[in-house]
Ligand binder design. Sequence first.
Ligand SMILES: [Zn+2]
Ligand SMILES: [Zn+2]
Length: 366
Amino acid sequence: MKITAAVLHRTKKPFRVETLDLEPPRAGEVLVRVQAAGVCHSDWHVAQGDTQHPLPVVCGHEGCGLIEALGPGVSGLREGQRVALNWQPSCGKCFYCARGRPALCAEYTDPVWRGGLLDGTPRLSLNGKPVYHYCALACFAEKAVVPAISCVPIGEDLPGPVAALLGCAVATGAGAVANTAAVPAGASVAVLGAGGVGLCAVAAARAAGAEVVLAIDKVAAKESVARRMGATHFAAADANPFAKVRELTGGRGADFVFEAVGHPKLQEQCLRLVRPGGTVVLVGLSPMGSATNLPGAVLTRRELTVMGSYYGSIDAARDFPKFADDYRARRLPLDALITRTYDLAEINEAYSALLAGELARAVIVF
Ligand SMILES: [Zn+2]
Ligand SMILES: [Zn+2]
């Protein structure tokens, strides 16, 4: 079948929207007609070469769509069903899955990072040459063949862009708050980075009953969206967020600090924002090979906890529907997050706007 997709042929070059061949789904796979795909920084890391990936590749890992066809042996899903896509498929059997940590599943990491589906081979091609799938999803395309286990049924009532965001920004940001850190009611929370992931952490912290939710971003104009997402306070990064956090917490620092950018300098700044005995949660993905100075002399004396949170420590089958319910109940005001939508043909424009700090989250709508 011929499909239209945004293809990355070389790093540091624009995406090219072109026609590819897509094979039908094999055993354990489904064909999805993509409805919406979020414009996330992780795809940009691939485009820049900060995340190494076989090329050419179709990116897009935050999506939703309708199932058009089931491959052999697929059960529990049906044609026409609305699904949100999970970019970290889990096997249900390995050491981590057996211990309730599917976001760490060891079984499928290898084939997925080789750019194929779970059997290691791609379904996409251009003039007979393979084109790879990012996260086994490749949803910057009108249609995608994906692992059946990446599909989480989600209600028809959710707007497409909202359903798409469940798969990355919401899972990563809200999951870090609800699952990894389990922020309790009454806590004080600071979030560095008011992009899609950081703003979902803000919303989830407020939903958890945090009393102080301080959003910090280098772009002062992010204040209005941060407040609509639930921030009680906002600090532009150049306006001394350290003084602001102390002012809001009786001079102590925040109980929880979330770093949602993935920048070593910001990760180090978290230690100046957190109170003694508090918790720093590293959510943003830093470039592979980068290093962060987290001094033991400080961590020990102040009894700090530093946690990594990968994909919000989620169990997609449990958490996507739960976050969808949080949206319906207005505990996660995700409409405020979606700054604008684009056509697939405008994908390079969408990334330019994202990098210029003009967007909270943009979504490509098909
Ligand atoms: Zn597993
Ligand atoms: Zn993402």
